[in-house]
Design a protein around this ligand. Structure first.
Ligand code: CDP
Length: 138
């Protein structure tokens, strides 16, 4: 089994109420291009999920992140590929769309609206309930 790790990158909302999540708009492949995801990528041989996420977010967003616990849902992508996510925070840098079409910080209401309108990468919708709970509680 191989793994893909995605980052639920969060920050306090500028308003002071709740928290915000970073979403990235995929530029490829065609079936998911234009949809929004938690950024990340495949673990390289010998890497832990935490190491892979630090590397992927440095490559894709040009930031250094601190990686926290895993979210509870694991999403089967194929028979041999499973998608996991970890909470993360930016330690250094300002996220930049190096490989994505764009980036956006969303609050709980915006995330719920995006999920409802079908603009999230399908696999990532598994995390929406847990993300909404976190974003609203902070
Ligand atoms: O760049 P790398 O090949 O390491 O990974 P990727 O192309 O970003 O992701 C590998 C697979 O995981 C693709 O099928 C993506 O669509 C999927 N994926 C996903 O469903 N949700 C994410 N948040 C990240 C990746």
């Amino acid at each position: 089994m191989r793994f893909v790790v995605a980052g639920a990158v969060i920050r306090p909302a500028p308003s002071g109420a709740g928290a915000e999540l970073l979403l990235a708009q995929r530029s490829y492949p065609a079936d998911v291009a234009g949809l929004w995801e938690l950024p990340g990528g495949k673990l390289a041989p010998g890497e832990t999920a935490e190491q892979a996420l630090v590397r992927e977010l440095a490559e894709e967003l040009a930031v250094t992140v601190a990686v926290g616990a895993a979210l509870s849902e694991q999403v089967p992508l194929r028979a041999d590929l499973t998608l996991v996510a970890h909470w993360a925070r930016v330690l250094d840098g300002v996220p930049r769309a190096v490989e994505h079409h764009g980036l956006t910080w969303v609050d709980a209401d915006r995330l719920a609206a995006m999920a409802e309108s079908g603009v999230l990468v399908p696999a990532d919708t598994a995390w929406v309930p847990e993300l909404l709970t976190y974003l609203r509680r902070q």
